[in-house]
Each structure stands twice: as C-alpha cells, then as structure tokens.
Design a protein around this ligand. Structure first.
Ligand code: GLA
Length: 380
C-alpha cells in the first residue's frame, strides 16, 4: 500500500503534505565523514515517501506500510533509541521545534519505503530527510536543502544516538540525477560530479544494527587517535586532516588498533579526493582500482568488512570488474561493483556462482541509476 492510502485508511482523512528522499550508495570515502574527510555518494532510485497531516493530540501519530502498526508517541519525551523507527521521526520533530519549523499541535505521519533496511543503503537518512521535508511543508516553513539535511543529521546523531557523519543526510537532500556528490565533511562544501559508470549493487543479505554497534566504537577509537595525535600536532581538529606525508610519524605515535584506524582514514581521504578527480575526467579504470584499494583498507585496517563482502569483491575482481568494495558502514550490507557494460553479464554470473557455492543462495543484484535527492510529492 502507498503512503497516502495508508494515511487515509489509518486516520480517515487525507494527508496535507508529502515528500520523498532516496537511499544512497557511497562510491568511496568510507568512515571519513565523521573524521572531517571527503565522501563521494550517489543517490539511488529506491525512495522513502512520507505523507503528513495535522494532529490535534499534540503528539506524533505514526504508521508505516512495513508493519502497518499504528503508534502514538510523545516526541517531547527524550527516549533516545527506545522508540524503534519512531525515534527517528521524533528526533526530526524535536529538531523542527528548535528551528521554529514544526507544525503546531503535533502531526500524523504515514511512511512507505522501498529502501531496504540494514543493507548499508541508508534507509534511516531517507526516512529523516523525507520526514523533515514533509513536516516543514505541512508547517509552511520553506527550509533550504542544507537546513533539512542538518535537521535530519541531528535527529539521528543527537536524538537517536547513532554517531554517524553528515554524508547520508546530505546526499539524500542535495543529490541531482546523473551525478555523484563530493562532500568535504569538515567544511560541508559540495561539488556535483557527473557519474557515467555502470554500477551494480550486490546485497549480501547480512544485516547489521548501527545504533548499538561497531560504528560508535570506531568513532571513539578515532577520537582517541586524535587526542594522542594532538601531542604531535596541537592544532589537529580532525583525523582526516593529518598530513598524508607524515604517515611514519602517525604510526610511531599510535598504538594498535588506533594506528590501523588512523592509517585507513588518512589513506581513504587521499584516495577519495584523487578518485573524485578521476571520475570528473571519466577515468573509470583508474577510479576502479581505487575502489579495490579502499575495500582492502576497510577490511584490513578499519576491520569493517564481512566474509560475504570479501567474497563478492574477490569474485568481481577475478571476473574482470573495474572495481568493487563494501559500501556504507560495513560489517555486512551491500557491495558495489563497477563494470564495463560488455563484461557485465559475465561478472554478474561469476558473483552469483561464487556466492551460491559458499552460502547456498544467490544474492540480489541491482543496477544503480544515479537519482535525484528529496522532493515534495503531490498529496494523492
Ligand atoms: C554510516 C554512517 C555514515 C558514514 C558511513 C561510513 O553509513 O551513517 O555517516 O559514517 O557509515 O562511511
């Protein structure tokens, strides 16, 4: 059922505002965003749609096509992650209240989404960005895309407690079709880069839970690394700002595992900036090499891969893909594979075969179309 139909069926009236936002895949720049480095994501064709209407209860009344369960939540309470997906919506509402952009008297919301959850495609940012846009529209407050991204980021980071960076919400809000977005996360500066590659997504089916998981631990390790490196370079604010030419000094200054984490972040930062230049010049073959290097660094140094992801990347490489790597936080989820159209069928078949041999099932493989960011939707 679509969001508007679910809204009518649940609340008995028509919604007053609607918006949608996409999932994303990150081409390169993993675990760099919360370290002040660059990322290079692309918005996907799969989207989350949120329709909204006024509520007289002063509360949030929410329902989703995923489970069809209706919930009423008092968003003024601070219950962090304790509300399930409603916590994300509550976080957005609280941020909108702070910004003076919330609908008065609460809101009713219905959600429909085709962004898979826990697949590393950022279903949560699709939800928070679409919710912020729909509720601001309902309140008749025109917020800019960057303001929406900021509200969505703080909803996840400050309210739900996922210590993510700004990548997911920024691409969900600012994406344009046919382009990747280079985001320099320390300054929030962005640049649209035409993306003409043929990209496949391989869903390993391995699911992870970000909020309670390893992402928060990695972030603490990065902060510990910065604290120690400040003894060497007192003005260091972000791990990604450590000069790449001083790698030996960094290694001397840090014990394991901080050393490995930091070497990944500094190397990944250089790879991502170089990768963006290559992509802008259409040098897909060299760009693909960087994807393999990035995966290796994620696997060995950041230790955020999974056997299923490693298997997909190895099979893609053997079959002649231009590049492949895990994408998103890691520890499961999705691998991306950059292919030459002529070899696509062969590579797809090789990945399917290798995965089936190891795990007795075939992973879903889809083709990426670099799509648009958030938008208002007609209320139907
Ligand atoms: C998650 C976070 C992002 C980013 C990636 C890793 O998807 O939400 O902000 O940190 O992990 O690159």
């Amino acid at each position: 059922m679509k969001a508007a139909a679910l809204f009518r069926a649940t609340f008995g009236v028509a919604p007053r505002a609607a918006a949608s936002a996409p999932g994303r895949v990150n081409l390169i720049g993993e675990h760099t965003d919360y370290n002040g480095g660059p990322v290079l994501p692309v918005a996907l064709g799969v989207r989350t749609t949120v329709v909204a209407g006024a509520a007289d209860s002063g509360l949030l009344e929410i329902v989703s096509t995923r489970d069809g369960r209706f919930e009423r939540i008092d968003y003024r309470e601070n219950r962090a992650g304790g509300w399930g997906w409603g916590g994300y919506v509550a976080g957005v509402m609280r941020e909108l209240v702070t910004a003076g952009a919330a609908p008065a008297g609460g809101a009713r919301i219905a959600v429909a989404s085709d962004v898979p959850i826990g697949a590393g495609l950022s279903s949560s940012a699709a939800l928070t960005v679409a919710t912020a846009k729909a509720l601001a529209t309902l309140a008749r407050v025109p917020l800019r895309a960057r303001q929406i991204a900021g509200i969505a980021f703080r909803a996840e980071h400050d309210h739900v407690g996922v210590r993510c960076g700004i990548m997911d919400q920024t691409i969900a809000a600012l994406a344009t079709p046919g382009h990747a977005l280079l985001i320099e996360c320390a300054s929030a500066e962005t640049r649209q880069i035409p993306f003409r590659g043929r990209l496949l997504l391989v869903d390993t089916g391995v699911r992870h839970d970000l909020a309670t998981g390893a992402l928060n631990r990695r972030r603490s390790e990065c902060e510990a690394a910065v604290a120690r490196l400040k003894l060497e370079l007192p003005e260091l604010m972000w791990l990604a700002a450590w000069p790449a030419a001083w790698l030996a000094r960094l290694k001397r200054a840090l014990p394991e595992p901080l050393r490995s984490r930091a070497v990944h972040v500094v190397g990944e930062t250089a790879r991502t900036r170089f990768g963006a230049q290559l992509l802008a010049r259409g040098r897909l073959k060299q760009f693909g090499q960087l994807l393999y290097e990035s995966h290796e660094s994620c696997r060995r140094l950041y230790e955020c891969s999974a056997p299923e992801l490693d298997l997909v990347v190895a099979a893609a490489k053997r079959a002649g893909a231009l590049g492949a790597r895990l994408s998103g936080a890691g520890w499961g989820g999705t691998a991306l594979v950059l292919v030459d159209r002529k070899r696509e069928a062969r590579i797809t078949a090789a990945i399917r075969r290798a995965f089936h041999r190891a795990y007795g099932r075939e992973p879903p493989i889809t083709v990426v179309r670099a799509s648009a960011g958030m938008r208002r939707e007609p209320v139907r």
